[in-house]
Structures are given as C-alpha cells and as structure tokens.
Design a protein around this ligand. Structure first.
Ligand code: PXP
Length: 249
C-alpha cells in the first residue's frame, strides 16, 4: 500500500504580496509557522536572484526557526550555493531560473548541464542538504538525475495542471501518463519522487493516486485560496484531498 503523502507548503507568494507594498507585512515566516500548525509537513521557499518575493532575511529566519524541514529552492549559482552551505536547509531543490519568467517555467536541463551540476550536487550533499532536482517527467532527465547521484527528483506538474484546468482532456491525459510513468521510472532507479507546480485541490487529489509520489510542493493555489477561507482551512482541505486521492490509489 502507498504511504502517506507529504505536503510541502511554498510561502513565496505571501512575500509577493508583502513586496507589492514594501515593508514587512504580510510576513512569510508567520505564514510558514501557521502552515506547520495547520498540518504542513515542510516549508518550501525560493530565493530568486532578483529577490522578487522571498528575501535573504526570510531564508535566514526560516532556516533557524522552523520546526519542520525547509526545502530551499535555488538556482545553481555560486551565491545560492554559498548561502545553502551556510544555512544548511534540510533540502535544496535545484531549479532553472530566468529573470524574465513569471514563475519556474520548465524543468532543469540536467542532460545539457551534467558537468556543471555534478559539483553543485556534491557541495550541497557535503553541506548535509538532501538534493532534489526539479525536472520534466521524461526518461532522459530522470535517468541523468539518478546518474548524478541526486537522491530526490521533483517532477514538474505545470503542463498537466494547465491542460487539466483548460479542459484539454487528451493533453491532460497524456501529461498525467507522462507523470505517472516518470514517477515509476524514478522509483525503479532508486530515486525519491516529489511533484509540484500549479497543483490545486483537484489535481493534487488525482495525482495522489500515483503511489510513487511521496511529496507535493504547493504554493500559489494555497496562498490564493487562503485569502478566501484562511490558510489553516486551505491546508486542511488540501490535506484531505491528498489523503482521499491516496486512499483510492
Ligand atoms: N516546486 C517547485 C520546484 C517550484 O519552483 C514551484 C513554484 O515556485 C512549486 C513547486 C510550487 O508551485 P505553485 O506555486 O504553482 O504551487
């Protein structure tokens, strides 16, 4: 039987709202504590090169204050590496980052960047971080992640979620299959498999039925929904959706 799915709550967009006005409110670290109290299994935060949402001071506080694991999303730059080596978050998830994108638009090009990624993964592992690579659910990057010795992959669910939301039935089905096959391949290669990007109650419930996934990282939908029903109720509903999906697996 498939085990319990972990829910990582990404609090980046609490910081987006804060930064729209400058100043210090709403506080993303407060949101992180609330999320944990409401049942999150961990907190995810992405410190982007342009600091458009999370700032250095947020990461410092998250790394020292949280009572659950911090998953630090980062580009593989020297600046981020040095920060991760100093703060030693539980997990470091390597993501691609382009200044002009609104969000992380695709998976990491692990096949093209094998030589550059190997030393980054080694340094993070030496710092004690559990390294995760955010990749597309295709065989080539999944195999490369295993070859590079990363213990975890996070499969990019954005294309599937967009197709599902748009009612593009055939595309959504094909994308779901790609994710399920990718997860099975990852596990067969000894990887721990996570998923994230664009998930909401419906897509999280559906994807939870794929037993190979052990963690979902969800942000934008939860922060948006929290405006209407509160963060704790939102997280409780997401937890329920994931548990229902998993129970049917
Ligand atoms: N996982 C990774 C690696 C991401 O980059 C993001 C977006 O920052 C997420 C999960 C969460 O995506 P969303 O905010 O769409 O739920």
């Amino acid at each position: 039987m498939a085990g319990r799915l972990r829910l990582g709550v990404n609090i980046d967009h609490v910081a987006t709202v804060r930064n729209a006005r400058g100043g210090s409110l709403p506080c993303p670290v407060r949101a992180a504590h609330l999320a944990i109290a409401a049942g999150a299994d961990g907190i995810t935060a992405h410190l982007r090169e342009d600091r458009r949402h999370i700032r250095d001071g947020d990461v410092e506080r998250l790394a020292t204050e949280l009572t659950k694991p911090l998953n630090f999303e980062m580009a593989s730059t020297e600046e981020m590496l040095m920060l991760a080596e100093r703060l030693k978050p539980h997990a470091a998830c390597l993501v691609p980052e382009k200044r002009e994108e609104r969000t992380t638009e695709g998976g990491l090009d692990v096949v093209g960047q094998e030589a550059a990624l190997a030393p980054v993964i080694a340094r993070l592992a030496t710092a004690g971080c559990r390294v995760s690579l955010f990749i597309e659910a295709d065989a080539a990057p999944i195999r490369m992640a295993a070859k590079l010795g990363a213990p975890v992959v996070e499969l990019h669910t954005g294309t599937w979620c967009e197709a599902f939301l748009a009612g593009e039935h055939d595309k959504a089905q094909a994308e779901f299959r790609r994710l399920a096959e990718g997860a099975a391949l990852g596990v067969s290669l000894g990887l721990e498999v996570h998923a994230g990007h664009g998930l909401d109650y419906d897509t999280a419930r559906l994807l939870a039925a794929v037993p190979e996934f052990v963690e979902f990282n969800i942000g934008h939908f939860l922060v948006g929904e929290a405006i209407f029903i509160g963060l704790d109720a939102t997280i409780a509903r997401m937890r329920q959706a994931m548990d229902e999906g998993r129970a049917g697996a």
